[in-house]
Structure formats: C-alpha cells, structure tokens
Design a protein around this ligand. Sequence first.
Ligand code: GLY
Length: 406
Amino acid sequence: MGIKLYGYILFFFVLACSRHVNNENGDKVSDEALLQKIELQEQYALGLVKNLDASGSRVFPRSLTPEGEIRRVPKKDWTSGFYPGILWMMYELTEGEEWKQSAIQLTELLENQKFDKSTHDLGFIMMSSYGLAYKLTGNKEYRDVLIQSARSLITRFNENTGCIRSWDHNRDKWDYPVIIDNMMNLELLFFASKETGDPVFENIAIKHAQTTLKNHFRSDFSTYHVVAYDTITGAVVAQHTHQGYAHESTWARGQAWALYGYTMAYRETHLPEFLSQAEKVANYIFNKAGLPEDNIPYWDFNAPNIPNEPRDVSAAAIMASALYELSTLSDGDGITYVAKANDIMEALVSDAYFNEEGTNGGFLLRHSTGAKPKKSEVDVPLVYADYYFLEALLRKKSATVDSPQS
Ligand code: GLY
C-alpha cells in the first residue's frame, strides 16, 4: 500500500470517532470535508511560507497584523516551534512526504536555540518542533538537540525559590517572575530524564510543579498569571497578572496552561497531587467560571464587559487537547472530559471559528487573543491555536478508543 494511501486511511480512522458537526447554516460538515478543509488551508499556508527567504530573520508565522499581513517572528520567539510542529502533525495525519520535508527544513532552522539560556520558553520552542521530529522519525540527532535544550533550561532553576525563572524582562516590576505558562516547559525536562537516565531534569520539573501548585492557585483553583519570588528567602512577593484583566482575575489561557500542564505532569510522574490539580482546574473552568454556550472562553473569565469581550480560541484548543489526555488518566470523569473536549472541537470546526480556504494567511482558526491589556493580537488567528487544535484532533482517537470509560 502506498504510504500516502495508508496515511489517508489512518486519517479517516482518526476522524471516524468524530461526530459530524454543524456549520452556521446548520448544515452538516462531514469528517472528510474537515480533512479536506484542513489540508487545503495548510497547503495554502505552506505556499505562503515557502515564498520566504529562509535566511531572513523573521521566518515563522505567528499571527496576522491589523493590515492582514502574516506576522512572522524570529527563532527566539516563544512561538517559533509551532509552525514546524503543525507541519509534523500534517505528516502524522496524512503521511504525505511533502509535509515531512517542509517540517524538517523549518525544524532544523531552530537548532541553535538549544544553547539559549535567556528564556524559559525552550520547552515550547523545542518540544513542538524537535519533540515531534524525534517522535516521528527516531532521528537521534533530534534527541540530542532536545537534551542540550533541557541542559540550557535548567540553568534558570533557583534552589531558593524552587522554580524556573520565566522572564528576564520587566525587572522594574518583578525580580524573579514565574508565569503559569511555564508549566508547559517542563515536558522537555521529563523527556531529558527519560532519555538520559539522569534524574536532575525530572527533579527540577517536579519541584517547579510543586512550587507552582502552592503559589499560583487561589482557593477555587483559578490561577494567578505571574508569581514573583524573593530569591534569597524564596518567599512570594507578588501575585500579579500580565496578560489578564486584573491581578485577581483569571486569564483564560493561563487556566488552560494549568490544565494542560498538570495533566502532562501527572502523565510523566503519576504523582496523585498533579492529577487532582488538573481535575480541580477543569472543575473551575466548567463549573465555577462557566463558559459561553459554545464553550469558547472569553479572553479572561472575569473580563469586565462579558458578553461583549473577545474570545480566546487558543485557550479553547489547549483545553480540548488537555481534556482528551486527562480523560485517559482520570479514574472518575473520563466520559465528561471527552464530552467537554468534543463540544469545544465542534465549535472550533464550525464556520464561526474555522477559516475559509485561502483566507486569513493560511491559519486554520480565528478569534484568538494574545495580550489584550497590551492591545496586542486581539481577536486574530494565532499559530498556537492551530497547533493545539491539530494535537487535539490526534488525541481524540486515543481518548475515545482507549479510555476505560468509553
Ligand atoms: N506566554 C505564552 C502565552 O502568551 O500564552
């Protein structure tokens, strides 16, 4: 059987577990139509990216500018790995060789980031690109890049605070800021310990997750975005926001990172405190915070003008992907988590959020919000929304087929 044909059969099998969904007119969108929509839009996106001079400093598509141009970012941007990751997932879904070759080309542009000690975002950058590259090819050179990246990341750990420093900027506001998003970077450290047998990476990841569990959550399991520490005593000196509405509000994407981060931390450690935290965060999202009827959150759960506030589709996609995984790990609520994830995915593939082919710079989804208080990337497509949407689509199969509850 040709590899391409095999890929299509695999893809249709994955989607066989999906329900048909309605577009805005109430028409059914079949699984085949969804695959076709994804492929056509990603081919359009790849055509735009290929027109680039890869030697330029801004290569990686991140969003759209207010003028509708693709906003491209350099290698050091926290989002640089997501587009290569999308190409790897297109390869995983279709086995199409053209996706693989483009994925290799874009991924390998990022290699030197493995030495970057100036950012906590190495986990995002390298796991979304090299992590998928290694998973899908087994190429040991990719594994070595990831291990060096983990070595760079742990230089940002401080014994006194018990966590990895997030930002080096805004020193006037915070001496040692740690953001909830940083939970996502831990996956790189768990990977490095598994591959090398050296527990140093995993021990730092566990300590960071435990410190974050203690200091980043309110009693209702909503999250603070930024926690600042005293590097001598380790004491918490501030619980703030940066991208949310207010220090005491719940930034939607931060809550999504927490859900995904503790689900992943439990998968890697089997420490019950991490599973329990993920379940409590999910409970906050669906029961305490509540979601709009279509399950796509506003950019902040406490935004002042709800329902007249922008949505954040990226938060929704991250939540859906996390929930599919959580459903396979949780003893109690697997069916509920799958149902919630399916509801989110149903909304995302509707005409309200899914872009028409050949529009919106080739991005799949619109209506994400990056940093509303900074008036940056409000109600736009974002590359990481597409990344986690495709990951959720892939996870949907194992969640619905393998879950003991299904
Ligand atoms: N720091 C990643 C984000 O904006 O969610």
